[in-house]
Design a protein around this ligand. Sequence first.
Ligand SMILES: *Cc1c(COP(=O)(O)O)cnc(C)c1O
Ligand SMILES: [Zn+2]
Length: 410
Amino acid sequence: MKYSYISHLYCPKCGNTYETSEQYQLCTCGSPLLVDYDLEGISRNLSPDVLALREPSLWRYHELLPVENAANVVSLGEGMTPLTLFPRVGENMAIEKLYMKDEGLVPTGSFKARGATVGVSKAREVGVKELAMPTNGNAGAAWGLYAARAGMKATIVMPYDAPEITRNEVALSGANLYLVNGLISDAGKIVAKAVGDYNLYDASTLKEPYRIEGKKTMGLEIAEQFNWQLPDVILYPTGGGVGLIGIYKALKELKALGWVEGKLPRLVAVQSTGCAPIVKAWEEGRRESDFWKDSETLAFGINVPKALGDFLVLDAISDTEGCAVAVDDESMLQEQEKIAQMEGNFICPEGAATITAARKLRENGWIGADETVVVLNTGAGIKYPDTVQVKPEMLKKEDTIVKKVEESES
Ligand SMILES: *Cc1c(COP(=O)(O)O)cnc(C)c1O
Ligand SMILES: [Zn+2]
């Protein structure tokens, strides 16, 4: 049996196709390329029950992933993250079946590791020796470290104000790290120039076709973890939108395989009010977004003023009868605190944004009380050490603790 059933690359805009043994970036028309598989071959040779016997990492879905030779896989055991019921927050917002998929538990502390494990593995397979990419932090950390594991060189450019922890991760990985006094879009321009000057593999979001394939495994896992019964709504914090495009692609592939049936979940793109190009385009009924000027949000993973795959995100939410919602940073932080206190989980601001969005959509009736809702927590709260400001009481060595009497306790 084959390790991968990859068949070819295709362009979702103009329909051009490409074979998969060469290095490809964008289509000649400028659109991102997507990967197609011989799904009939998979359905003849693989049954979903077999998956349960495999290792608990995203490579359990290798037939649906692009790497053809298992020896090229560069893995740190990423994937199969927990899908946890949030009963108290759920009750608090009147969504009894509220689940969070926790991507804070993968290597490098964010779901970017999914894109990196598949992207770097396939890059190795097609002979890449050095890659380059712009990043808001988490992607650079993941790709820097996975490239190191693959023995591949990396050049990574990030905004000066991207979180210091991700800067340290990249530096420690041995990648060439540069900071720029600007946004990820500025870092992108610098990378594009370097790619041309030094003939590097451009690993920018959606400029290579395989990162999406890694991220799509979130969708595969959600389906498997619900025993192939799909939830009603999935909310995703959207920057470049790769995760959402990937989840949508996964669900369609599962449907074509006959492993899931019925209506697909309504996909919701969640952004910050400080950077909401997709939400704006959605509200205006447009199929592409405009560059969002002077974008600003503490949820740095979703600070993307213009996404190359915006049209794919907008298609995914419209095809599934989903929607796009913006929430402000203040409510994100309140939600983050609430989740720590009610569910014992310190999630990232982007993840908190999806829960705030679910709350809003429940309040206006878009989500029904008995629907099954999944939110993605895309990273660990501990990757954002400065987001939370606390002022605990300072004791002197000879002090004793005087406990405040809580009102609720008699
Ligand atoms: C990159 C990132 C996102 C956005 O992911 P896309 O798939 O590019 O939309 C969300 N949350 C975190 C923590 C991220 O690092
Ligand atoms: Zn094209």
